[in-house]
Design a protein around this ligand. Structure first.
Ligand code: SF4
Ligand code: SF4
Length: 331
C-alpha cells in the first residue's frame, strides 16, 4: 500500500472509529486524537515511541462500572464507542498481551477490546530483517503479539500489511485491499522463553535486600509519572461516587491510579502497606520483574523506555539495576 492509499484507509477507518495516533510536538511524539484531514497529515510514521501511551483505548481513565439507585444496584449494558489505536509499536502491542492476561475475566476490558481496533507498525528497513529474515520477523515477533492490523514499512512509500485477527481481515477486505498476509497468533511466550537480560534483572531484584531500596526511595518523589506513562501499568482505584441530590444513589467508578500514590495501599483505619517511597519503588520493580513473570510467564516491562524519559528526578532502570548489583557486591 502506498502513502496515498494509506491516507484513504485512515479516512475510511474514521467513518467508524475515533482514531488515536502519534503526532510530533518538538522532539517528542504524543498520542493524540485525529479529527480531520490536516491532522491525518500530521501522523508520524517514524516508529519513535510516543511519550504517552494508547492505554486509554484499552482501559479508560475513568470508567463507570454501574449505577446504583436508592441503595440498589442497576445492571449496566456495557458499551463503548469504537476507538482505533493507530501505529502502536511492537513494544506497546506486547503490553496489550499482558493486559489480555490480567483482564482475561474482566467484562469491561473484554467489551472495550471488542469495540477497539489495534493497528501496529514495524520496520523492516534498517532492522536487518530482509529476504528470508522477514520470515523470522513473522515467527519471532508478529506471531507473539496481539493486533488486528500491522503495517510494516517495507521500503520508501511502501507498506506491507498483515492481519492478526478476523476483525482486521474483514476491515481490510471491506476497504477493498486484499494484498495482506494473515498471521496466526502462536501465544505470548516464545519458545526460547523470557529474554535472558530481563531474567538477570529479575534475579537482581529478588536478591536485593530492603536497605538497597532506601537509596532510591530517597531520590524518588513518588510522582507516579513512570507508572502513568508505562504501557504495562494498570493499577486502578474503585470508588462509589454519591449523587449529591439523591441519597443512596450514584455510580461505581474505576479510574487509573498508581502504586506510587500515597493513598494507594491504604486500608480501613488509615494503615498503609506501602508506607515509604522506598517500599513503593521496590514494589513497582518487583511487580514488573518478579511477580508478573511468576504469574503470567511474561515480563511486566516491554522495554519501551518511557519511564526513563519521564522521571523528573532522572531515575533510569539501567542505573537502578546496576546499583542493586553493586550494592549486593559491597555487602
Ligand atoms: S520501559 Fe518503563 S515504561 Fe516501558 S514497559 Fe518498561 S517499566 Fe514500563
Ligand atoms: S517518575 Fe521517578 S520520581 Fe516519579 S514515581 Fe517514578 S521513579 Fe519516582
Amino acid at each position: 500500500m502506498t502513502k496515498t492509499t494509506l491516507n484513504k484507509f485512515i479516512e475510511y477507518l474514521k467513518q467508524t472509529y475515533k482514531i488515536y495516533a502519534p503526532v510530533r510536538d518538538g522532539s517528542e511524539l504524543y498520542v493524540k486524537p485525529i479529527n480531520d484531514e490536516s491532522e491525518i497529515a500530521e501522523i508520524d510514521f517514524t516508529n519513535q515511541i510516543p511519550i504517552n501511551t494508547f492505554k486509554p483505548v484499552l482501559l479508560p481513565k475513568r470508567d463507570v462500572l454501574f449505577d446504583f439507585k436508592k441503595g440498589k444496584f442497576e445492571k449496566k449494558n456495557i458499551k463503548y464507542d469504537p476507538e482505533c489505536a493507530f501505529l502502536m509499536s511492537v513494544m506497546d502491542l506486547k503490553a496489550v498481551g499482558l493486559f489480555h492476561q490480567t483482564f482475561e475475566r474482566d467484562p469491561y476490558y473484554q467489551k472495550k477490546r471488542q469495540s477497539n481496533l489495534l493497528i501496529g507498525q514495524a520496520f523492516f528497513e534498517g532492522t536487518g530483517f530482509t529476504g528470508h529474515l522477514r520470515e523470522r520477523y513473522e515467527e519471532d515477533i508478529l506471531e507473539h503479539i496481539i493486533f488486528d492490523i500491522m503495517l510494516v514499512k517495507a521500503g520508501p512509500n511502501k507498506w506491507k500489511f498483515y492481519t492478526g485477527s478476523e476483525k482486521g481481515q474483514v476491515i481490510l477486505e471491506a476497504f477493498g485491499f486484499k494484498d495482506f498476509e494473515h498471521i496466526e497468533f502462536a501465544g505470548l511466550i516464545k519458545e526460547e522463553g523470557i529474554d535472558p537480560e530481563l531474567e538477570r534483572h529479575r534475579k537482581e531484584i529478588v536478591e536485593a535486600d530492603n536497605s538497597a531500596w532506601g537509596h532510591w526511595g530517597d531520590i524518588c518523589t513518588a510522582c507516579g509519572k513512570c507508572a502513568i506513562d508505562c504501557p504495562t501499568c494498570y493499577c486502578f482505584n474503585i470508588e462509589d461516587e454519591q449523587d449529591t441530590k439523591e441519597k443512596g444513589s450514584g455510580q461505581r467508578v474505576r479510574s487509573w491510579t498508581t502504586c506510587f500514590y500515597n493513598d494507594f495501599s491504604e486500608v480501613g483505619g488509615g494503615a498503609k502497606f506501602l508506607k515509604t517511597n522506598a517500599r513503593r519503588i521496590q514494589n513497582w520493580y518487583t511487580h514488573k520483574w518478579v511477580r508478573t513473570p511468576k504469574e503470567f510467564q511474561i515480563m511486566g516491562c516491554v522495554n519501551c523506555g518511557r519511564c526513563d524519559k519521564v522521571c523528573p528526578v532522572g531515575i533510569k532502570r539501567a542505573d537502578v539495576f546496576k546499583w542493586l548489583e553493586e550494592h549486593k557486591k559491597s555487602k
